[in-house]
Design a protein around this ligand. Sequence first.
Ligand code: NDP
Length: 333
Amino acid sequence: GREVHLRSRPQGLPEESNFELVEVPVPTPGPGEVLVRNIYMSVDPYMRGRMREGPSYAAPWQVGEVMQGGCVGQVIQSNSPELQVGAYVLGNQGWREYFVARPDQLTPVEPGLAPIQAYLGVMGMPGMTAYVGLLDIGRPRPGETVFVSAAAGAVGSIVCQIAKIQGCRVVGSAGSDAKVAWLLNEAGVDSAFNYKTVADLSSELARRCPDGIDVYFDNVGGDHLEAALDHMNQHGRIVACGMISVYNATEPVCAPRNLFRVVGQRLTIQGFIVSDHWDRREAFLQDMSRWIQEGRVRWQETVVEGIENAPKAFIGLFQGENFGKMLVKIGPD
Ligand code: NDP
């Protein structure tokens, strides 16, 4: 089987030469273990942090070794009574075609409700990030204005729709006209714009949020955070989910120049990491499955074919090449 190794640590935007495709023997499951054939693997913005040396909230990948990440596959050999051959599972050993694991390291995937790859997106980590981040950290009330950046991405697109379900007025920003059209026509947001073609982010937000912003769900940081601060209402909440605009920075970046707004507007800026909130997984799965069945939550995915193209897919996240969840298909269904 093939797997992707970290060849070198990137400076700035990662390049394909930072990765290496390596052929290795298919592993043999030991007692109590199963062999999984991967079908989909996830590439996520947080992985940029794992390419860096030094402490972060996710352990760094090691140069010369295979990388890890979310994946969905099928059990093809089983030495455990808990998992039958043919079962679909969610795991954390992406970036490779085959892997061995114990059943307690895997989560069974129910193929009936949503396609299996949805467990890497709307029904998985990004969906739960949207759920916990908006509902528990942002705590929106009906009638409030919620602004979402990277609004057509895996997390952002779900945040927008959960905010609509909560009865909020939702404004989204995204990097292409096609993404803006999807937000308006499919996700049902009240207002959306292409941040790449507006003259000035802050005046655009002033126009689109006439009642100010109560909750800013920040996926981008940088210029988006500064522009949102300009228009936050008193006691507003900023959900610090991610700051993708700074992940490839080679120098420390400036804080928002208007950070003093936090004082006058009595704002709360709160960061969170989804993996601290597994106690909310059951509630998330129940609500999300219902919303999907009721047609109240929709999603998009961009599927890149072939494990050899996984580095390209990952790099594409920083160039807005994904529409919704970015996935790599590495084996037949
Ligand atoms: P997305 O599916 O949103 O993909 C990333 C998107 O970010 C791109 O498609 C692009 O869309 C946008 N983008 C890239 N660079 C820039 C830039 N410089 N300025 C503005 N937009 C940019 O990824 P995810 O949904 O997986 O992640 C979204 C955010 O959530 C990230 O910041 C991520 O780190 C964070 N996250 C946090 C978690 C947590 O536990 N706190 C868990 C999961 C994700 P466009 O075309 O619109 O520019």
